[in-house]
Design a protein around this ligand. Structure first.
Ligand SMILES: [Ca+2]
Ligand SMILES: [Ca+2]
Ligand SMILES: [Ca+2]
Length: 147
């Protein structure tokens, strides 16, 4: 479960979105996992460690890339994780490189770190998730055909 949660949260954090948005309880459990020294903040160092850890969980076949075929073999959540991850494929080559992951994660960290102290608090994390969910809902509403 720990492994799956890592992958799931990684995907959610990386893309700011999952098909099934993890609720606050999932997010705070994930937060505890990433906050290894349990000081209530995710430091840049803890964040980097999580990027590496998540990468190893998700790169199932050790190919150095995340692909649809390999990520979808992750039990239960594979399809959802891939849906979220596929947004990170900036160069559209159908696979996610470590560089693409790191860039997405760093931009997540910068955006979520509202007070700029280079660490994320629980409330910053949740605020960011809420903001993304809201923006997504607004985009969806804007796209919806007018009746
Ligand atoms: Ca910490
Ligand atoms: Ca790519
Ligand atoms: Ca902060």
């Amino acid at each position: 479960m720990r492994k799956v949660l890592f992958g799931l949260v990684f995907a959610a954090l990386a893309s700011g979105a999952l098909h099934a948005q993890p609720g606050p309880s999932v997010m705070s459990r994930a937060f505890d996992l990433i906050d290894t020294d349990q000081d209530g903040f995710i430091s840049l160092e803890e964040f980097h460690k999580d990027v590496l850890h998540s990468w190893h969980v998700l790169d199932v076949d050790r190919s150095g890339y995340l692909t649809k075929e390999s990520v979808e073999t992750i039990p239960d959540h594979g399809k959802g994780i891939w849906r979220a991850l596929s947004r990170l494929d900036r160069d559209k080559d159908g696979k996610i490189s470590f560089k693409e992951v790191v860039e997405a994660r760093m931009s997540y960290f910068d955006t979520a770190d509202i007070d700029g102290d280079e660490r994320l608090s629980v409330s910053e994390t949740l605020a960011y998730q809420r903001k993304v969910a809201l923006e997504r809902a607004q985009r969806r509403a804007a796209r919806a055909p007018k009746k």
